[in-house]
Design a protein around this ligand. Structure first.
Ligand SMILES: Cc1ncc(COP(=O)(O)O)c(C=O)c1O
Length: 365
């Protein structure tokens, strides 16, 4: 099969200089050269989250889930509770991690594609004084909804809670300000909006939270926030052998955003692309799952009534375009997801929409 253009929410199309960085000559992860590159990348991660010097960043060799598991398996002492706010597949993934580590849970589940009710969140905070951490997803990728992180952050500030945010599909695609949004710790990965490869995840956390960790409270050997932090502050290294070959492209992808396109420029491009996609599919008789609070990088689209989503995606793949099928019942009901993360520009969206129309016409007959 020939190469397809990825309009999927990860992995994403990467810029040539990111791909070339994979071919960097081999270096040892216990060398000064690694330490310099590691620190440079850490500084760029902080900029991605608009963090000040009260924050610190770490890189985890693994997918986005590895960064979430590192955080959630590390930050609780016995009997401390987590309040989980969820409204989609990736909130459920956080629940899976929380359950696996038997962390006492206050579970606030809202219907998918609806905004969490802040009055319910505030009441839960009043009712459960043992809650130490509030956890939620910034961009719930399964629907394309942006959750009310700044408002929940304000509640965390008011009630003195640690705020842990899964920013896997948001970092580099939405404006995330950890200071203003009272985010204590957040996570993401290379193969999403920053346009790097999957497998290099990262964490941005308040130093005060990292300083408070003890070795005992971290329940995972490899995904261990204490060990990662200690290795980094003492030696500018990682505790185990990292995927060094993915650190270079991560660094280049971050440089592309922070120093070249700028974060504001990247977000503006994503907004322009999403607007083109949304206008295009609406003009072809599709409808959108969400009316508002849509991410800059994911559009959940219902195909015209009666059209089989998988069939449609197969026809698009044959013509060089990869999308996602909607998760669970969404897919069965004809919903697909079109992402515009990474190296996708306005003209790519127009070209894709032309093919989209051809396939709709073909399958509509
Ligand atoms: C919001 C969110 N969290 C977590 C994940 C899991 O990331 P990974 O598949 O890289 O482990 C994803 C993946 O798409 C995601 O969108």
């Amino acid at each position: 099969m020939s190469m397809t253009k990825l309009f999927s929410p990860g992995p994403v199309m990467v810029k040539d200089n990111v791909r070339r960085a994979l071919l960097h000559y081999d270096i040892c992860h216990r060398s000064h050269e690694f330490e310099e590159m590691f620190q440079d990348t850490q500084a760029k991660i902080l900029k991605l989250f608009n963090a000040d010097d009260s924050y610190y960043s770490l890189i985890i060799s693994g997918s986005g889930t590895s960064s979430n598991e590192t955080v959630l398996s590390s930050i609780f002492k016995p009997d401390e509770e987590v309040l989980l706010i969820r409204n989609g597949v990736f909130g459920e993934r956080l629940l899976e991690i929380i359950s696996k580590y038997s962390i006492p849970l206050v579970d606030l589940s809202f219907p998918w594609a609806t905004m969490p009710d802040l009055a319910v969140v505030e009441q839960a905070l009043k009712d459960h004084p043992n809650v130490k951490v509030v956890a939620m997803v910034f961009h719930e990728t399964s629907t394309g909804m942006i959750n009310p992180v700044s408002k929940v952050g304000a509640l965390c500030d008011k009630y003195g809670k640690i705020f842990s945010v899964d920013c896997v599909s948001a970092a580099g695609g939405q404006n995330i300000d950890v200071v203003q949004n009272h985010i204590s710790v957040c996570t993401s990965v290379g193969g999403k909006c920053i346009g790097a490869f999957p497998g290099a995840a990262y964490i941005c956390a308040r130093k005060s939270l990292l300083d408070s960790l003890t070795s005992d409270q971290c329940k995972n050997v490899y995904l261990n926030l204490y060990k990662h932090y200690q290795s980094s502050i003492t030696a500018h290294q990682t505790p185990n052998t990292p995927n060094v070959n993915l650190f270079w492209p991560l660094n280049v992808a971050l440089t592309n955003i922070i120093e070249d396109e700028t974060l504001a420029g990247r977000i503006a491009r994503y907004q322009r692309c999403a607007a083109i996609i949304r206008e295009g599919v609406l003009s072809m008789g599709c409808r959108l799952l969400l009316d508002d609070n849509m991410a800059n990088t994911v559009t959940s689209v219902y195909l015209p009534a009666g059209m089989d989503a998988q069939n449609f995606l197969d026809e698009m793949t044959k013509r060089g375009y990869t999308f996602y099928i909607g998760k669970g019942d969404y897919g069965k009901n004809g919903m697909i997801q079109i992402a515009n993360m990474g190296e996708i520009y306005e003209q790519d969206c127009y070209n894709m929409l032309e093919v989209f129309q051809v396939v709709l016409n073909r399958l509509g007959k």
